[in-house]
Ligand binder design. Sequence first.
Ligand code: GLN
Ligand code: ZN
Length: 763
Amino acid sequence: MITVHNLGFPRIGATRELKFALEAYWKGEFARDALQDLGARLRKRHWEDQAGLDLVPVGDFAFYDQVLDMSFTLGNLPERVSNLKGDQLDNYFRVARGRSAQSATEPHACCSNVAAGEMTKWFDTNYHYIVPEFSAATEFKLDATRLVEQLGEAKRQGVKAKPVIIGPVTYLALGKAKDDSNKLTLLPSLLDVYAQLLETLAEQGVEWVQVDEPILVTELTQDWQHALNFAYHQLKACRVKLLLATYFGQLEENRYLAVNLPVAGLHVDAVTGRDDLQPLLNLWPDHKVLSLGVINGRNIWRTDLTAVLDWLEPLAKRLGDKLWIAPSCSLLHVPVDLSSEQNLDAEIKPWLAFAVQKLEELRVLAQGLRAGRASVREALAANQAALASRSASPRVMNPVVQRAVAEIDAKLSTRNSNYARRAAEQAKRLKLPVYPTTTIGSFPQTVEIRRARSAFKAGTLDETGYKKAMQAEIERGVREQEALGLDVLVHGEAERNDMVEYFGEQLEGYVFSQFGWVQSYGSRCVKPPILFGDIRRPKAMTVEWTTYAQSLTEKPMKGMLTGPVTILNWSFVRDDQPRSTSCRQLALAIREEVLDLEKAGVRVIQIDEAALREGLPLRRAQWKEYLSWAIECFRIAANGVADQTQIHTHMCYSEFNDIIASVADMDADVITIETSRSDMQLLDAFDNFDYPNEIGPGVYDIHSPNIPTQEHIVQLMKKAAERIPASRLWVNPDCGLKTRQWAEVLPALTNMVAAAKLLREAA
Ligand code: GLN
Ligand code: ZN
């Protein structure tokens, strides 16, 4: 008989209970016991949500991050916290959040300068984990308390528990050797602790352990392939059965390795890795469990259950009880429960499935495989009806949009002249000094702004009132910028709560959930808008605000847009057409906005692509394809303008080495980037590439409340000028200022403008 299981469940809570409790705890407004209690209650509820599965994950709950949990389990704490006294949970938050993690109820003067652990993206998701730290001297020591306690809870609640841990090789691969030592030399001692951990779990009566090794879907060097072989041969003697879990992609060249590791079962992502399946089956040994991730754990769409049964049924016959089914990956990456949604468009809601609904789909599949399709006839019919409604909906397919995409040609994405010609035209029109100053777009989102927005949403403030309030903010921002003496101004983005949602709300083809939150890191969640249909821009989205701002000043006012690739990468996207097609539709919509801004007399237009880099596929072999359509989309959006209109783009990250050619290919007249924390070294990538256009290397870190000094900014810009000719440099902060206070912004920008003046005089 087939086994049905789950790899992981979202832990933040259907109404983000965990988020609010954590934040209250950090402020000292919530007791530690109450927080621990809430954790237990959430686990209980989530296990209930997973009732009926043959195996339920235990250990997937984390107060902050599952990788950090693993670091604690392995006794691998950064040295800087290893001898701190106090409660374990507080130490845990200290590693996660740095010194601000001190709980107010237990202030440790001793720990006031603990640096937060570095955070980075979990594979190609928008989840961020705390990077494990290693050095040649790292020693591991088992602390299985968390897992043992949670197993105890599960046992008391009658849960058929399958503990989930991160595998040793993925754990090592994701970490960072602080002393540049070779992490792999730690593997043998790490494996000793894993062996102890597995033995502890066996003592608890555990039969199966899920060991996550998603590293297997990435390109591995021989060393790392050997490491996998070595690791699982070492762990072979353990008394529990290991289900090695891979997800997020295809095994490809690692297939043979994965199939032959001496473990009892292998989970593969049968959604993104469908092409692996036949070759895998050809290699499959009879005694081994094959777990197929058949429900997409990364999107919010209903699965076509009949289609899955079509290909699953013959497999079930062949594999018998060696076939398991599950979602493709942990459901951490989807919202909890669609039934919480009260305001979702009634036509669209039945097309969707969040975590709870995805597990229901899994139950239907299992029942269909066990007792025949007839036993789930009604569920399958309802599923078919929902899918049919989706594919027939005129709100999904818009022939006008599809024709426009089909007609995209190279001319559409190419400017009339090369950069040199354009730069000359723009210089004549804009008359900017050398080292021109600007900001990245947003100004502080003040209490007044937030208050006006929520009153407007609640209906207690009418549209005229709301508009007035926003215009007042814009005016304030313009006056401040004029007083500061900035050269290219911004309207401040007061009217935007989010750089993607703001555009999504105005485009046809998008819907928004109320509770569709997904954990991004710690207590932070994002609520990605849902892109369901062909994208159309019914009317201008930003022109009114921008022209209002321009009317208040003679200085050039930058139009401010979010780019198509960023909108795409921060949305839940369609599964019925390639990402590239959705992106081209977004590109056409943004292009219309760009052209409307230009028509309205806006001379400088910035198109932010904050998330372009994070869309890079896991495998380098696929980068080229992604970059080719992503860059094309930016160019479609940007390049319809006349030579004299200046296009800016902004990317708030710092790794450009491996994508610099594509960034140059975007051909924006000006790019602003994050560089201040690297002491301008990141400009080397641009220098080495002979990047031809203008660059604004961020001169101060907006994430910090510290006020940069004029001297420091001058010094940074001098370093920049060693790499990029001064005539092509701009002076600006690293990113938008929305999270800062005016009291911080004004002195910082004062110093920045003063620094630019000094640089000009010296030039
Ligand atoms: N224009 C946006 C802002 O200033 C850019 C934000 C971002 O890059 N993340 O807030
Ligand atoms: Zn930014």
